[in-house]
Design a protein around this ligand. Structure first.
Ligand SMILES: Cc1cc2nc3c(=O)[nH]c(=O)nc-3n(C[C@H](O)[C@H](O)[C@H](O)COP(=O)(O)OP(=O)(O)OC[C@H]3O[C@@H](n4cnc5c(N)ncnc54)[C@H](O)[C@@H]3O)c2cc1C
Length: 448
């Protein structure tokens, strides 16, 4: 039976744990799929490369309104897809090859399944380790939709690698993956329909942000809100009956109704690793699970399911493994996130609704892009920055930006909130370049 000093399950964020400090450790890593995990192979990176292409296509369509005579002719999907994965796939392959090349690292190209305390099964081989890191991520939820079982459909795992750009694409779901993929495919020329059971897209986001994004998408695409699929037929193309009485015909169906953690597939319960009611592996603040010597990080533990949190957690686990007398902790107080749809969204801290629900007093200010110099120059008509602050301490409680470059603009507010600056200090203790877009943030803060 193989025994290792350290076994890492999952070569997404988990792969980054292995460093020179482990040169005299016997390390193993299990990954049945591509090195680099979801983010690089089928998540953040290819989706943003597609978003960039869709942004360019949309700009070409919209520039004539500003007197620039461009037209959008067509997207060469094969060229775009091949360029994207022609860059990504070699990185995954090189990551695997590199790990194989290290004398102290064993790579198991199989799924791990716990069979007991710090013991896993890897394709029939029993492997034990002094320490195990569970970094096995999450997978797409397949909803209970009439006719879906037995019908082929796409998920975010494969939709970015389609053979052809679909003429008609139906997206089931209304979260960030649905919003980003709708922008991508609509931008590149597909006719996109969104079917979402909620009354607005992006559940969990600030209500004003949700309204802005939803209204924009309703203007741009065929959006069915408060609607479910009642019947689904597929004979090469899809015929989809909706609860609002309409019928959609489509060449591809993308199911984007959420993601669930992979702990159940790992049978973590056999190793004494506790999960919460939604199946997330529970950890303490040092990322130790309930099983001695077993650590966990990333999407398998964290419902926010973000790469920057997984990266930060991997750094903490890496430190804690080698320095157990000086354990570091995760800080989950303010976790920012972005949505790269069109408009873009950047968000940190509480939403206004959360503050209302908590009965917590707050100040709120909203500044529109159109009311700032650069936003006015761009003739943006929908975007805004909304800031929420504590009336007594004048610390920022939340910030939500929707519009051009929102994920970049929000970063200075993330910094302010993280280091505990008052909104007054954020607004007054620095000069904002005129007429650059961060003036949007400055003016929202000054309005508080
Ligand atoms: C379409 C899409 C777009 C996204 N965009 C963004 C974004 O813009 N910004 C952002 O912050 N986040 C984004 N995310 C989320 C981000 O990709 C994840 O939060 C991040 O990849 C989580 O890292 P992880 O290491 O926890 O999991 P993963 O990267 O999923 O790695 C887990 C690895 O474990 C492997 N594995 C699973 N089961 C086993 C097993 N039994 N044995 C061994 N190995 C196993 C998997 O094959 C996988 O490679 C996106 C996700 C998707 C799907």
């Amino acid at each position: 039976m193989a025994h290792h000093d350290l076994l890492i399950i999952g070569a997404g964020s988990g792969n980054s744990i292995i460093g020179p400090e482990h040169d005299d450790w016997d390390v193993a890593i299990a990954e049945p799929w591509s090195f680099g995990g979801t983010c690089m192979n089928r998540g953040c990176i290819p989706s943003k490369m597609l978003v960039h292409a869709a942004d360019l296509a949309l700009s070409a369509r919209r520039a004539p309104a500003l007197g620039v005579h461009t037209t959008f002719q067509r997207a060469d999907w094969h060229a775009i897809r091949n360029r994207i994965f022609g860059r990504i796939d070699p990185i995954a392959a090189a990551g695997l090859e590199y790990r194989h090349s290290l004398a102290n690292v064993t790579v198991y190209e199989h799924s791990a399944r716990f069979t007991g305390e710090r013991t896993v099964d890897l394709a029939g081989q029993e492997v034990t380790a002094e320490r195990i890191v569970v970094a096995a991520g999450a997978r797409t939820v397949v909803p209970d939709v009439p006719g879906l079982a037995g019908t082929p459909f796409r998920t975010s795992d494969d939709v970015m690698r389609l053979d052809d750009l679909p003429e008609r694409l139906v997206i089931l779901g209304g979260g960030f993956i649905a919003a980003e993929m709708a922008h991508v495919f609509d931008g590149l020329g597909s006719r996109v329909s969104i079917v979402h059971r909620g009354d607005m897209l992006l559940r969990g986001a600030d209500e004003d942000v949700r309204r802005c994004l939803t209204d924009t998408y309703v203007d741009r695409m065929d959006v069915h809100l408060g609607t479910t699929i009642t019947e689904l037929d597929h004979d090469g193309t899809y015929e989809i009956l909706l609860s609002d009485g309409s019928t959609l015909r489509a060449d591809q169906l993308l199911v984007a109704t959420g993601r669930r953690p992979n702990g159940d597939l790992l049978e973590v319960d056999r190793a004494g690793i506790a999960v919460d009611e939604r199946g997330y592996v529970t950890t303490d603040s040092h990322l130790r699970t309930t099983a001695e010597g077993v650590w966990a990080l990333g999407d398998v533990t964290n419902p926010r399911q973000l790469k920057h949190t997984a990266n930060a957690e991997a750094r903490i686990v890496a430190h804690n493994l080698t320095d157990p007398d000086d354990l570091r902790s995760v800080d989950r107080r303010f976790t920012p996130h972005a949505v790269f749809g069109h408009p873009q969204i950047g968000s940190v801290g509480y939403t206004e609704q959360q503050l209302v629900d908590a009965g917590r007093p707050y100040l709120v200010a909203t500044r529109h892009y159109a009311d700032t110099a650069y936003g006015w120059a761009m003739e943006d008509t929908t975007g805004f920055a909304k800031v929420l602050a504590d009336p007594d301490t004048r610390l920022l409680l939340g910030a939500h930006i929707v519009g051009p470059q929102a994920p970049t603009l929000i970063q200075q507010l993330i910094q302010g909130i993280a280091v505990g600056l008052t909104v007054d200090r954020m607004a007054h203790d620095q000069l904002y370049i005129h007429p650059a877009m961060p003036e949007l943030v400055e003016q929202a803060l000054l309005d508080l």
